[in-house]
Design a protein around this ligand. Structure first.
Ligand SMILES: Cc1ncc(COP(=O)(O)O)c(C=O)c1O
Length: 388
């Protein structure tokens, strides 16, 4: 057999998928592991997809997406994100996953370095490795309020650094970078002439804190933004997102889209138009549900003396289990699954800074969530360092 490209073996597996796949082989599991809305897709969105199928709207579309969808996105960006862009900067993609990968494809050559949040969403590392570039984690540490430290970034940047990845609201932390921090990151990127790739897939799920799009503060066209319909409209499997590029890249984007996907599924694009332009009360209801779960979950953790980062966005809780994980939270999460029948994402799956923490998804039935969280040992329940 011929050999594969050598760098392909450096693409890491996902530590979240590992626990998830273990859990699917077991019965009676409470799953807090996958980042997936638990509400159904709204009827008007499903109807638009069905109508496309019924009327044979099943042909190729332009590489950037159907005109009504791109126009709806341009309006939404103005209304919600304070981003004023022409339609040729909007590219409909196969979820934010492809938007992120497309932005990396345009900006990275083999051997380049990318500053990625640690802990951070696993696909950032995977995408960078796919391109034979190097992820350089920048810590989001508890002692700095889980925010980036510019001095630390200055120490990590080299003449090979090309991109800074920003993710707010954050998966896995559920935190939001304040505008002041976004401005500091832009200044840092300007000093070192870096691109910024901003992942804003949780933009609609905020609790008290305001989400600001870093591209709305960008004075010199260095920001790519990946958005998604997956989480907002509970349509993760429909696979629609979009990339907003700096100006002047339309010809390049057209070629890159053609070479990779040609276009996004046509019925899915019609569903996306209905989602963006239609009734948003289901989004508000989903947000209220996540918020109610968040309040119930944190009240329980407070009562039991278990430490967590109070989230201001997304639908996750970042919980400290350092009192039981004995320096290896991935092994602890496996044991917890087998013995307590609860699947959680080990923090170390998101980077070295996640050691000793777990990520729990709040998008499920409240009673089940509380039952699952209740099985996490509290600091008083177990001697420090005990396996479970
Ligand atoms: C931070 C972040 N970015 C991107 C994605 C991928 O989303 P999509 O379904 O739009 O590809 C996810 C999904 O979990 C995510 O958490």
């Amino acid at each position: 057999m011929p050999h594969l490209a050598p760098h392909i073996d450096t693409v890491p597996g996902s530590g979240i998928r590992h626990i998830f796949e273990m859990s699917t082989k077991l019965d009676g599991i409470i799953s807090l592991v996958i980042g997936e809305p638990d509400v159904a897709v709204a009827g008007h969105i499903a109807d638009a997809a069905k109508h496309a199928w019924d009327t044979d709207a099943t042909n190729y579309t332009p590489n950037g997406g159907i005109a009504p969808l791109r126009a709806a996105i341009v309006d939404k960006l103005q209304r919600e994100n304070n981003m004023f862009v022409d339609v040729e900067r909007v590219w409909v993609t196969v979820g934010a996953t492809q938007a992120l990968y497309q932005a990396m494809t345009l900006t990275l050559a083999a051997g380049d370095e990318v500053l990625i949040p640690d802990p951070g969403y696993t696909t950032f590392t995977m995408g960078v490795r796919m391109l034979d570039a190097h992820p350089i984690p920048y810590p989001l540490a508890p002692e700095r309020g889980f925010l980036p430290d510019i001095d630390e970034l200055e120490r990590l940047v080299t003449d090979r650094t090309r991109v800074l990845i920003v993710n707010s609201p954050s998966n896995p932390l559920g935190s939001i970078f304040p505008e002041r921090v976004l401005r500091e990151l832009l200044d840092f990127a300007r000093r070192h002439d870096l691109w910024i790739i901003s992942d804003e897939v949780y933009e609609y799920f905020t609790y008290g804190e305001k989400h600001v799009s870093i591209a709305s503060l960008d004075a010199d066209n260095r920001v790519f933004t990946a958005f998604s319909l997956s989480k907002t409209y509970a349509m993760t499997g429909v696979r629609v997102g979009y990339l907003v590029t700096p100006p002047g890249l339309a010809a390049t984007m057209r070629s890159v889209q053609e070479a990779t996907i040609s276009c996004v599924s046509t019925p899915a694009q019609f569903a996306a138009v209905a989602a963006i332009t239609g009734d948003h009360s289901p989004v508000a209801a989903a947000k209220a549900h996540y918020r109610a779960n968040l309040i119930a979950a944190t009240a329980q953790l407070d009562r039991r003396g278990i430490r967590y980062l109070p989230p201001t966005g997304a639908f996750y809780l970042w919980i400290d289990v350092g009192h039981v994980s004995a320096g290896d939270v991935a092994t602890w999460a496996e044991g917890f699954l087998l013995e307590k029948r609860v699947a959680v994402a080990p923090g170390s799956a998101f980077g070295r800074s996640g050691e000793g923490w777990i990520r729990v998804c709040l998008a499920l039935d409240e009673a089940e969530l509380l039952e699952g969280l209740g099985r996490i040992p509290a600091p008083g329940d177990a001697p420090a360092g005990a396996a479970l």
